[in-house]
Design a binder for this molecule. Structure first.
Ligand code: NAI
Length: 355
């Protein structure tokens, strides 16, 4: 495969250097799986981020075309493409932030755990390379099942002697983004003003919205709580499967109109959520104060070794993990269910690397 760095340098070395200088104060970010459904819009949005000076786009297919396309955007980040495993290490050297949406997405009827067999191996290989090339980078893991891929990453880094629990973050921002949107819809609020903490993990019942802690303070009927909890937990399935099937109704003329029906899972809202989270990580790296978001991280908030809750981000990644706060009875019951499922997913990830 062509070495895209060479192609880029050959075709305009002076200009590339010039742009690199202009943007030298920013951060270096790599996206692994950059040619995929999430990867492409994520790459586009990161190219628009003024905090990014260098953007590395890596994939096992189609990286050259996506890189050429993104590189034409007139924003300051310098874009370089990397294709195939032999260029993985080049893609990673010197990176401050590595975002991983590599892997296969869900199809109708699949749970996130069904993706384990393929994605576990992909995340393991990528993390082995991160351990060799940029062990100090902040790592944002999007590949599902996040409940297991984050423990996999941690095990790989432990084996390599470079594990820093502050730097490995599972991206659960999409659950928060969905929760903010659905709560705003019901309460007639501007979604930008709504903040719903979503804790636990990133799959089914492990996604636990804490509706008693919504800001601005809202009071919901039990019917609204049931509706919102179910919709936030199954928001991904709304995209993966025809809505008609979820609602068990058959009056949609063409269910494909209302969902992807086998053509993939959430990509556009996910890219938005990933950028919101990555931007928060970069602002924290820059030294901004009070950068607080939910993320799935190594944690002592519960007896489980990994858990999603609000964390404060700083120059070293996760600086502080906040406790869950007061839960009502409904949320305490949800927490027990979530922990039971999470424990199995964590163990599965750990065993995959240790075996
Ligand atoms: P996709 O299939 O459209 O794209 C995945 C990309 O990864 C493809 O371009 C593929 O070539 C690439 N890839 C495969 N093996 C690779 C390897 N070894 N190294 C580098 N790249 C590799 O899938 P999509 O829709 O972009 O989803 C990606 C992942 O994100 C899936 O696992 C999906 O379940 C997950 N996801 C996570 C969410 C979250 O909230 N954390 C939300 C939505 C999806």
């Amino acid at each position: 495969p062509p070495n895209l760095q060479m192609v880029e340098e050959d075709s305009g070395l002076e200009r590339v250097n010039c742009r690199a200088k202009g943007a030298s104060s920013g951060f270096k970010v790599a996206i692994l799986g950059a040619a995929g459904g999430i990867g492409q819009p994520l790459a586009m949005l990161m190219k628009m981020n003024p905090l990014v000076s260098v953007l590395h786009l890596y994939d096992v297919v189609n990286a050259p075309g996506v890189t050429a396309d993104i590189s034409h955007m007139d924003t300051s980040a310098v874009v370089r493409g990397f294709l195939g495993q032999q260029q993985l290490e080049d893609a990673l050297i010197g990176m401050d932030l590595v975002i991983i949406p590599a892997g296969v997405p869900r199809k109708p009827g699949m749970t996130r755990d069904d993706l384990f067999n393929i994605n576990a191996g992909i995340v393991k290989t990528i993390c082995e390379a991160i351990a060799r090339c940029c062990p100090k980078a902040i790592v944002n893991i999007i590949s599902n099942p996040v409940n297991s891929t984050v423990p996999i990453a941690a095990e790989v880094f432990k084996k390599a002697g470079v594990f820093d629990p502050k730097r490995v973050l599972g991206v659960t921002m999409l659950d928060v983004v969905r929760a903010n949107t659905f709560v705003a819809e019901i309460m007639g609020l501007d979604p930008r003003e709504v903040d719903v903490p979503v804790v636990g993990g990133h799959a089914g019942v492990t996604i636990l919205p804490l509706l008693s802690q919504v800001k601005p303070s809202c009071s919901f009927t039990q019917k609204e709580i049931d509706y919102l909890t179910d919709r936030i937990q199954n928001g991904g399935t709304e995209v993966v499967e025809p809505l008609a099937r979820i609602l068990r109704i058959d009056y949609f003329a063409d269910p494909i109109d209302v969902a992807k029906a086998g053509a993939g899972s959430a990509t556009l809202s996910m890219a938005y959520a990933a950028v919101k989270f990555a931007d928060a990580c970069l602002r924290a790296l820059r030294g901004d104060a009070a950068v607080v978001h939910c993320a799935y991280v190594a944690s002592e908030v519960t007896e489980l070794p990994f858990f999603a809750s609000k964390v404060r981000l700083g120059r070293n990644g996760v600086e502080e993990i906040y406790p869950l706060g007061p839960l009502n009875e409904y949320e305490r019951a949800g927490l027990e269910k979530a922990k039971k499922e999470l424990a199995g997913s964590i163990q599965k990830g750990v065993s995959f690397v240790r075996k």
